[in-house]
Ligand binder design. Structure first.
Ligand code: ZN
Ligand code: ZN
Ligand code: ZN
Length: 928
């Protein structure tokens, strides 16, 4: 029957596809954006806007992108697009970190040791450059495919000439302020990779080490000498190979030290550890050295300071007892073997006491002549040999193994050693860089707020920053050495010449040209006047390089500025890029390079485990794109709470796809009911709208408010949650109710046009507030929207939406409808039950008696009758008093109108006796 009336109904029409087919459709939008140059236009249209600069932290140009880098870039894109829609001038210049050891390592592996031995440094650098550029291209395409908008044609690369010149500029500024010095210092050293390693390049994992207790024979008289027996200090170490570099034994100043008499000798160590050591040594009973009255002799550590002992390896050499604050009394002996060339604490205490710093281990981890009897052995091979040697000498008290956490090289995964070498350092304290950095940390904004503590803790604690590396693929430390006397030659003139050289020819020229070709005539050694200088062979730590992007990028590109508005990276960058950027910027300019820093958690799998090949839980964003589309990745990014670790799994992405479908279906419903709507002529004013429509607009305005606030507060998971919940309620309530009016009322009736006005507003808001997230889908929706609703050629170029709802009235409506919607839920449930019990078929056939509690009457009673019947989608509603909401459902009197399927009194209009009054009116108007 209904078919007869079909052409008299306003059934939905749209070409907007139900199926998203994102993986095939998205590339077409990429082409579109490319064609219109949407990035350039996004800047042109906002040329006079306030500036918002999100400065990209450069990913490493090696390998494909992973979930973490994909997440990071999409999050940035979301912010940039949001700000751009808010009217900000928001350029986004992506960058890549192109130098560094991992690339060099890959090229080395590819070449093999034979070719590596023959290759020139210039050729090696060329191969490294090719490698980096290959992966810049790979990653660029992958990031673009995720819908990330930016200056992809002209990204910043740390290997570009202009970038390398910036390295020199910042280095020179810091050097001239006295912040950079050359020093000998124990550093993490990988003997396999032949390089110093920064703290950020260290990974800790368990390692089996030797654990030995060694007696150092005391050569001075002490309080323990009274027994007339030989006296030794007992030390404990897990690195026997550092004994040749021993120069001191450090005691705790305030601790008591006692002497144990055993096997005809006296062994001295901390009283607090007598029990533990006795057990390890296997002593049955420990007899203490006693004084004249029989009381044990106790000597404070500070009173033993200055006592000498025979160096355990080198004959005829003495060591000295000192005190220090790093001595622990929980393990070992309370007497710490001290080799300033092989440990951070040892180095610091050695500096304080003016101790020598012997360093008998070369770059390969092999002892030179300073290793005494062990010269020529590698430190690993030397360990058992030294232990045996000590045993033979009678110096070894006990030897075993322990398993403990030990630093490893991040690249080759081998244990590293601590080894003093000549290195370049940024001093944290000589010129108060630490204090200045702390001041800036406290000044700028950290998101989430607690991350300030993490950053302050790291900068507050960190030692001087070792910025030199003994590698080939990077930017050289831009100083020279006098060939005659070894003095460093670095002046404003030499720095300027090098900056100019790098700017025009790149850092490669350092390795191919002689300094006389580019240094000013008359450059001479400040100490001996020698004019022959050699370029430094060490290169800069890559963290220094990426850190100076505030100068090499923000300062040199006209569309950018320093400081940037925001840096945004994973929380590991508190230790890495955030810190190197901060220290180089404060070091050179006294100010932070950013106003805000946003950090996000790590990507983990559904069970919270780190992704790793061995666990088999690694996901690739590119695989997800191929299977489900980039918008699914982007919706997942928005939905995650980045203040914690971010979960991703197939199941999570399936849920994301489900949410996506809900949003897409809503868009489709909205579009399909606007096919005959021209906002320019068909809009209905607020005052002429049915109350329900005004309520819907008030809800929309509330959504827009909340979502905008969430965007402003960088809480994107709340943006997502807000929209998701809104769309859910919209479909199940408002849109469902509206179908009757949209389909069955006269096409140009105020009631239908009013509904369409609201739908158009909802569409206009949703498409915009989702545009930063669902960048592809909103563009697709945009192109299906009525022409008059589009104020830009791309949704990316439109502005943030506005909704004009009289505030007080809107709030009153929302309050009243809270009770109405509560009642609706009760009614909907009762209708469902009645349907299941076959009392009714469609809800339109139902007659409802609703019990209303006293406090809800004021909201319900004025809306009784047709208004509630429409809202509940039933034939009629009667209200009765009750304790709480409850609903009785029965079959309504009257007949089903064959056109609109509502139960009505039919035949009220003689010209169309078969249909209801409303439908008769509509049919009459259509015939006119
Ligand atoms: Zn290594
Ligand atoms: Zn000189
Ligand atoms: Zn009807």
């Amino acid at each position: 029957m209904g078919n007869d009336y079909k052409q008299t109904m306003n059934l939905p029409q749209t070409e907007f596809p139900m199926r998203a087919s994102l993986s095939t459709r998205e590339p077409e939008w990429l082409d579109f954006w490319n064609r219109i140059d949407v990035y350039k236009k996004s800047l042109e249209t906002r040329a006079s806007g306030e500036v918002f600069i999100l400065h990209d932290g450069p990913p490493y140009a090696n390998g494909h992108i992973h979930m973490g880098t994909g997440y990071n870039k999409v999050l940035k894109d979301l912010i940039v697009k949001y700000k751009s829609m808010r009217g900000y001038y928001a350029p986004y210049v992506p960058g890549w970190d192109c130098h560094g050891q991992p690339i060099e390592h890959q090229v080395e592996k590819k070449l093999g040791p034979e070719k590596m031995a023959r290759i020139s440094q210039a050729k090696l650098r060329e191969l490294c450059r090719d490698w980096a550029m290959e992966f810049v291209d790979v990653q660029r395409e992958e990031f673009k495919r995720l819908g990330v908008r930016g200056d992809w044609d002209d990204p910043y690369l740390t290997l570009k000439h202009s970038y390398e010149a910036g390295d020199v500029k910042v280095f020179a500024a810091m050097y001239e302020r006295g912040e950079i010095y050359k020093g000998r210092k124990p550093i993490h050293w990988c003997k396999r990779c032949h390089t110093a390693l920064a703290e950020a390049e260290i990974e800790y994992s368990d390692e089996q080490s030797d654990s030995i207790y060694v007696k150092f024979r005391v050569t001075d008289e002490t309080a323990f000498s009274s027994a007339g027996l030989p006296v030794s200090l007992l030390i404990w170490t897990t690195t026997p190979w550092t004994l040749p570099a021993n120069v001191a034994v450090t005691l705790a100043a305030d601790a008591d030290y006692v002497g144990i008499v055993v096997n005809g000798e006296v062994i001295v160590f901390a009283e607090a550890l007598v029990e533990a050591v006795s057990e390890i040594a296997g002593w049955e009973s420990a007899a203490l050295v006693t004084g004249a009255g029989g009381e044990p002799v106790r000597v404070k550590g500070r009173d033993l300071a200055g006592v000498h002992y025979a160096q355990p390896i080198h004959e005829g050499v003495n060591g000295v007892v000192i005190t220090g604050e790093h001595v622990e009394l929980s393990t070992g002996t309370g007497a710490v073997h001290t080799a300033p060339g092989h440990g951070e604490d040892d180095y610091l205490v050695g500096m304080k006491h003016g101790l020598p710093m012997p360093m008998p281990v070369d770059d390969n981890g092999v002892f030179d002549q300073g290793g005494g009897p062990f010269a020529g052995l590698s430190v690993d091979d030397a360990n058992p040999v030294i232990i045996e040697w000590l045993r033979e000498k009678g110096s070894l008290l006990a030897a075993g193994k322990i398993s403990h956490s030990y630093p490893h090289c991040w690249r080759c995964k081998q244990p590293v050693i601590f080894r003093a070498t000549d290195q370049w350092f940024v001093s944290m304290d000589a010129t108060h860089l630490r204090d200045a950095a702390m001041r800036e940390i406290n000044r700028i904004e950290w998101i989430p707020g607690w991350s300030v503590n993490r950053m302050a803790g790291m900068v507050g604690d960190r030692p001087d920053w070792c910025i030199s590396r003994q590698r080939a693929w990077g930017v050289p430390i831009p100083v020279f050495e006098c060939v005659k006397c070894g003095e460093t030659v670095a002046t404003p003139e030499t720095f300027a010449a090098v900056e100019e050289l790098f700017a025009t020819e790149g850092a490669d020229a350092w390795f191919t040209k002689s300094p006389s070709e580019y240094l000013p005539v008359g450059t001479a050694c400040p100490r001996c006047g020698g004019t022959e200088v050699a370029p430094e062979t060490d290169i800069l730590d890559v963290w220094f390089e990426s850190g100076v992007s505030h100068t090499s990028v923000l300062e040199t590109r006209p569309e950018l500025k320093r400081p940037a508005t925001m840096y945004l990276e994973g929380s590991d960058q508190h230790r890495g890029w955030f810190q190197s950027s901060l220290l180089t910027s404060v070091g050179a300019y006294d100010e932070a390079p950013f106003d805000k820093v946003l950090t996000h958690g790590f990507i983990v799998d559904g069970d919270g485990r780190k992704m790793s090949k061995s666990l088999g839980n690694v996901m690739s964003p590119i695989d997800v794109v191929a299977k489900s589309g980039a918008d699914i990745v982007r919706l997942w990014v928005a939905s995650a709470d980045y203040s914690q670790d971010i979960n991703v799994s197939d199941e999570i992405l399936d849920r994301t796809s489900e949410a996506y479908r809900r949003i897409r279906n809503t868009f489709r419903f909205l579009l399909s009911n606007l096919f005959d709507f021209d906002p320019a002529v068909d809009r209905v004013a607020w005052a002429d709208m049915p109350e329900l429509d005004r309520f819907a607009l008030a809800q929309l305005a509330d959504l827009l408010d909340r979502v905008t606030t969430s965007y402003e507060e960088w809480r994107f998971h709340q943006v997502y949650r807000g929209i998701y919940d809104y769309v859910g309620e919209l479909s199940s309530v408002y849109l469902d109710v509206l179908k009757d009016r949209l389909y069955a009322d006269a096409p140009e009736s105020v009631s239908r046009r009013s509904a369409q006005t609201v739908l158009a507003d909802i569409l206009g808001v949703l498409v915009r507030i989702l545009a930063p997230v669902l960048t592809f889908t909103t563009e697709e929706v945009w192109h299906f929207m009525p022409e008059a609703m589009r104020d830009a050629e791309s949704v990316q170029l439109t502005g943030w939406p506005e909704i004009d709802v009289p505030g007080e009235e809107g709030a009153a409506l929302r309050q009243a409808y809270a009770a109405v919607l509560e009642a609706r839920e009760v009614v909907t449930k009762a209708l469902e039950d009645a349907r299941n019990e076959k009392v009714i078929g469609k809800s339109q056939e139902a007659s409802v008696v609703l019990s209303v509690p006293a406090d809800a009457r004021a909201a319900l009673e004025p809306r009784a009758g047709a208004q509630l019947a429409e809202l509940f989608i039933v034939a009629d509603v009667a209200l009765v008093d009750g304790e709480q909401f409850s609903a009785q459902v029965s079959v309504a009197d009257g007949k089903k109108c064959p056109r609109c399927w509502n139960i009505r009194t039919l035949g009220t209009d003689a010209s169309h006796p078969e249909v209801c009054g409303r439908c008769a009116d509509v049919l009459g108007s259509l015939r006119e």
